[in-house]
Design a protein around this ligand. Structure first.
Ligand SMILES: Nc1ncnc2c1ncn2[C@@H]1O[C@H](COP(=O)(O)OP(=O)(O)OP(=O)(O)O)[C@@H](O)[C@H]1O
Length: 624
């Protein structure tokens, strides 16, 4: 009748004292329930807030929980009736006996049903709350500026989304229900015990600290030794890895004997610690079993005397032992609850941080509306900017540039000159420390970032494709696009031919990151996507990855169509792009050092001429 969802979590849920004791030892030894910080418990309010959206489920869960707890307590009472009336030999017929057994059977059915319902509603709540927390965290993350992700690693955030939410799920789905159920069973059980046999119950309550304290005391020491035992094992692992990795050096220097001795030391220390651990655990087992069975024997002894002297019936003793087991199990399970709540407090705290993080880039209260129709003008005015993680280094210094509607401006310059930073600021992923960036004359900081980005199409250097269909990848920037428009864009981006050859056409799955396409094909999908977005301003970071001549021609041709009729700022690596640009700006160290056309700049013999000789080729560039 152990009704715990997770038997390993509730050692005392087992009514067998030996098993309960052994589980308690196990739990202490593995150092389960790493101690959290009690101050973190306040974070649990956040879980309550999410759960409070489902009052109906909470009410049903509480109802089922109460019925189940009462039914649990009714079982010993049923046994008492069965023994006293059924076996008790007051001369009843088989028919009379059947009544008590039917009664017991009914309680069992109620217990089964209510436990199942409690499990369903409580687990439902746990899963729903976690789902809602995940959704809320993700929604908040999507609105944060890139600077947040520079200081918070994605892997760490992903772990919060999975393991921390799992801990929260455990609290809502298990811990709270374990706590409530066992409180009801524990308190109700003690009340019932008192009504059955007050003296025996008094003895039981006095005996509990005598049994529990030594177990807790030895358990704490065991936990410490277990931890150091784990450290020693890790040490053996580290020594092994080190020697294996340096095998040639060990042998070249003839250090085999020394390494064997060193390893021997590590193994022997591990063994010594393990011996201390198993000695402690053996004594704990002896203490647990002796104390628990000793206490039960003493109580039964007293009970037997009471039965002989007519103060108690056989059924009373049976009910007492059963209820005593339930009460002990309930309090055992409750000792676990605090540790679980502490861990959950930590997890909820970390999730809370993600939920409450405010985006650094936000629309002002009353954003200025961008002019309609869009002109496609982009300007940087005396912009100075340092990335938040490197405040002492200016990535752009007093940078000014005006790009007129329909103009193509190529930016060239050595690595680290600040070219990509221009794009980051144009899309308002960061705000400059001085100066302003404007689109159609409106300062980006006074407009809604979403409206700004709506007017731009960005083609990154490395095509970013999603593990989705070709259709969804293409219309990523314009979900309203019809298949006809998609094919039109694909045609203009020289992507139609290979898309038509895909097994399921636009429905074909492109694989993780578009892995099922070649590099050149991915670039053309990226270009078609920008075409579909049909934005007045194009930010194009030309790919540097090498393509074969045929593919190169297709991409170049697609890019030319994309740039037609749009204001384009292009970080250029291909000579063809640079040549076709209206103006070329050469950047170095966050500023513009030269400006002109390809021919003018080539003739000047400056940075451009040097870069040009080294980097710009008819074909793609090698990586800088
Ligand atoms: N997210 C960031 N956080 C901190 N510093 C950054 C960040 N991104 C770029 N930087 C720094 O800002 C400066 C300008 O970088 P940027 O990426 O704009 O150069 P780039 O000209 O685009 O170079 P490349 O051609 O190699 O892409 C560099 O010194 C770079 O190290």
């Amino acid at each position: 009748m152990a009704e715990s969802e997770n038997p390993a979590k509730a050692p005392a849920a087992a009514n067998d004292p030996v098993e309960a004791g052994a589980l308690a030892v196990e739990a202490t030894e593995t150092g389960k329930g790493k101690r959290g910080n009690p101050r973190q418990l306040g974070n649990l309010a956040m879980i309550g807030k999410f759960a409070s959206a489902y009052p109906r489920q909470i009410a049903l869960a509480l109802l089922a929980l109460t019925v189940a707890a009462c039914a649990t307590l009714a079982i010993p009472a049923g046994f008492k009736l069965v023994i006293d009336r059924g076996f008790g030999g007051d001369g009843g017929s088989a028919e009379d006996i059947g009544r008590w057994f039917r009664y017991l059977f009914m309680i069992t059915v109620i217990l089964g049903l209510s436990t199942a319902l409690r499990f369903y509603f409580v687990s439902w709540l746990g899963e729903r709350v976690v789902a809602d927390i995940r959704l809320a965290v993700q929604r908040n993350l999507l609105g944060l500026a890139p600077s947040f992700f520079e200081t918070n690693r994605p892997s760490e955030i992903a772990s919060r989304m999975t393991s921390d939410t799992a801990i929260v799920e455990q609290v809502v789905g298990t811990t709270v229900s374990v706590a409530l159920r066992n409180l009801v069973v524990g308190i109700g059980g003690i009340a019932y015990l008192f009504s059955l046999a007050p003296k025996l119950t008094g003895m039981l309550l006095l005996g509990i600290p005598l049994v529990v304290l030594p177990i807790v005391f030895i358990g704490r020491r065991l936990e410490k030794v277990a931890r150091s035992s784990q450290d020693r094992v890790a040490n053996v692992g580290a020594t092994t890895t080190e020697v294996l990795a340096a095998m040639k050096i060990v042998q070249a220097f003839g250090q085999e004997e020394r390494e064997a001795a060193r390893f021997g030391d590590a193994v022997e220390t591990t063994f010594a610690t393990a011996r201390r651990r198993i000695t402690l655990r053996a004594s704990l087992t002896a203490v647990v079993i002796t104390l628990i069975f000793g206490a039960i024997t003493a109580i039964m002894w007293q009970g037997a005397i009471d039965v002989i002297e007519g103060r108690l019936s056989g059924g009373d003793i049976a009910a007492f032992v059963l209820t005593g087991g339930l009460v002990a199990g309930a309090f055992g399970a409750l000792t676990e609850v605090y540790g679980d709540l502490l861990r959950a407090g930590g997890a909820a705290g970390r999730l809370n941080e993600l939920l409450n993080e405010q985006p650094e880039i936000r629309a002002p209260a009353t954003p200025v509306v961008l002019p309609v129709p869009p002109r496609g003008q982009l300007s940087f005015q005396n912009v100075s900017f340092a990335y938040p993680t490197r405040p002492e280094t200016l990535a752009l210094r007093d940078f000014s540039l005006q790009v007129s509607p329909g103009e193509t401006v190529a930016i060239v310059g050595p690595s680290g000159a600040g070219k990509s930073t221009l794009f980051q600021l144009a899309q308002r992923f960061y705000d400059p420390q001085a100066g302003s960036v404007r689109i159609d004359g409106v300062a980006l900081s006074s407009a809604d970032p979403r409206e700004i980005r709506q007017r731009m199409a960005f083609v990154p250097q490395e095509s970013v494709l999603f593990a989705a269909s070709a259709r969804d990848n293409l219309r990523y920037g314009n979900w309203a696009a019809s298949d006809e428009q998609i094919w039109e864009a694909a045609r203009a981006a020289n992507a139609e031919e290979f898309l038509r050859k895909l097994p399921d056409g636009l429905d074909s799955y492109l694989g993780e990151g578009g892995a099922r396409l070649s590099g050149g094909q991915r670039q053309r999908i990226s270009i078609a996507r920008a075409l579909l977005r049909n934005a007045p301003i194009l930010l194009l970071d030309e790919a540097t990855s090498a393509l074969d001549a045929e593919s190169e021609k297709l991409v170049q041709n697609a890019l030319e169509r994309l740039m037609q009729g749009r204001t384009t700022l292009v970080i250029a690596h291909r000579l063809a792009t640079i040549r076709s640009a209206d103006r070329i700006f050469v950047m170095s160290d966050g500023g513009i050092v030269e400006e002109g056309t390809h021919d003018q700049l080539s003739a000047r013999n400056g940075l451009y001429a040097r870069l040009s000789a080294l980097q710009f080729t008819e074909g793609p560039l090698a990586a800088e």
